[in-house]
Design a protein around this ligand. Structure first.
Ligand SMILES: NC(=O)c1ccc[n+]([C@@H]2O[C@H](COP(=O)([O-])OP(=O)(O)OC[C@H]3O[C@@H](n4cnc5c(N)ncnc54)[C@H](O)[C@@H]3O)[C@@H](O)[C@H]2O)c1
Ligand SMILES: [Zn+2]
Ligand SMILES: [Zn+2]
Length: 383
């Protein structure tokens, strides 16, 4: 089969790989029909995630048709159309029982630091990803959700990751009716968080980014007030946010940028010299701009071991910080309802649809934010 693989920093290539097989009784093999590129894939692509091996297939946002079914699988049959959450989870451990599928105890025995994820380095379990014609899906009775017959796979493709991630951010942000929510990062994840902030009763949503085309998209698509931090001179964005909010700052700030944030020379220097893991600039601005007693949510990804962030300021301002990889599975039923009812239309952010073979080009466009790219979806030929 054809698979998009990592060849080293900023280099992807299509190669022939053996088709995956059933390795465990609760596996399925899926013929991939849609597979997206996530901002998290860019951290791998840029060589920033430990133990990302050459030859790995990335991809944790995919939909497909069940091709083969392991003998113990009871909930799926050959031919079913499904989406698959990005977390790989056993469904029965201490954490899975509590809905915390992003930190499953069994799916990634390699480390206590994180759970397992499709196509996300050997640190996250070493599972092959879905940017290929076929993918093996373990714990098939736990993660996958059948796509309702009357729905197109693109209607629900982003329920695998970015929509529940944005939803979880808005939920744990504890937004009260009428409050002001500021989202740092107007990429796919930030956009979903903005939409979901409205669902949670926000009175005002502000989008911070440096790309005008993304800010304009956030204004149009998510009814957000745009704020370009580059035009503000970087950290001065904090002063502007306070000015816009009666001098106090937003009630809730969401970091949807993560470890590759720009905007601070100091963070960039520390990140480049490996004195910290990436650049926690958006997180710093979130803590510094949120009002006293407000909430900060970290959904942008950070890796070990540490990042420079103003903990003292958070402590003295009485800020509540919530952080997580998304526990996708728990959100699927209610998000399906929101999509059905037309309250959320996640496919509206797709700007690029390309054949899988053009995956290397899709990575380039998305990474460089060229061609007004928001979200790329790849279509394998076997689809
Ligand atoms: N927690 C989870 O479960 C989860 C799930 C999916 C993605 N993520 C993470 O969410 C983050 C965003 O993903 P995406 O797909 O939207 O990526 P993306 O690269 O398309 O978007 C990130 C945006 O952040 C902006 N940005 C950079 N520095 C900034 C700053 N200082 N302030 C404000 N904005 C800044 C960039 O210009 C860019 O538009 C990534 O770190 C990704 O790994 C987390
Ligand atoms: Zn992702
Ligand atoms: Zn588990």
């Amino acid at each position: 089969m054809k698979a998009l693989t990592y060849r080293g920093p900023s280099t992807m290539r299509i190669v022939e790989k053996p088709e995956p097989r059933i390795e465990h009784p609760n596996d399925i093999v899926l013929r991939v029909t849609r597979t997206a590129i996530c901002g998290s894939d860019l951290h791998l692509y840029h060589g920033l995630v430990p133990d990302t091996r050459v030859g790995t297939t990335f991809g944790h946002e995919f939909a497909g048709v069940v091709e083969e079914v392991g003998p113990s699988v009871t909930s799926l049959r050959k031919g079913d159309r499904v989406i698959v959450p990005f977390n790989i989870a056993c469904g029965t451990c201490f954490y899975c029982e509590r809905g915390l599928t992003s930190v499953c105890d069994n799916a990634n025995p390699a480390t206590d630091l994180l759970g397992a994820c499709f196509g996300y380095s050997h640190m996250a379990g070493g599972y092959e990803g879905g940017q290929a014609e076929f993918v093996r899906v373990p714990y098939a009775d736990v993660g996958p959700m059948k796509i309702p017959d009357d729905m197109h796979e693109e209607d629900v493709l982003f329920l695998t990751d970015i929509l529940p991630t944005g939803y979880q951010a808005a939920e744990v942000g504890g937004i009260q009716e009428g409050e002001t929510v500021c989202v740092f990062g107007a990429g796919p994840v930030g956009l979903m968080a903005m939409k979901c902030a409205w669902l949670m009763g926000a009175g005002r949503v502000i989008a911070v980014d440096r790309f005008d085309y993304r800010l304009e998209f956030a204004r149009r698509w998510a009814n957000a007030e745009p704020l370009n931090y580059e035009e503000e001179g970087g950290a001065d964005v904090i002063r502007t946010l306070k000015r816009w909010t009666d001098g106090r700052g937003p009630d809730v700030c969401i970091d949807a940028a993560g470890l590759e944030a720009s905007g601070s020379g100091l963070h960039t220097l520390l990140g480049m010299t490996m004195l910290q893991a990436g650049r926690a600039t958006a997180l710093t601005w979130a803590i510094q701009s949120v009002r006293r007693g407000g909430n900060v949510v970290i959904i942008g990804v950070y890796g070990p071991p540490w990042n420079l962030a103003p903990v003292g300021e958070a402590m003295n301002k009485g800020v509540t910080i919530r952080a997580a990889q998304c526990n996708v599975k728990r959100y699927l039923p209610r998000l399906l309802e929101h999509v059905r009812a037309g309250r959320l239309d996640p496919k509206g952010i797709i700007t690029h649809r390309l054949p899988l073979e053009e995956g290397p080009e899709a990575y380039r466009i998305f990474a460089r934010k060229e061609d007004e790219c928001i979200k790329c979806v790849l279509l394998p030929a076997a689809a």
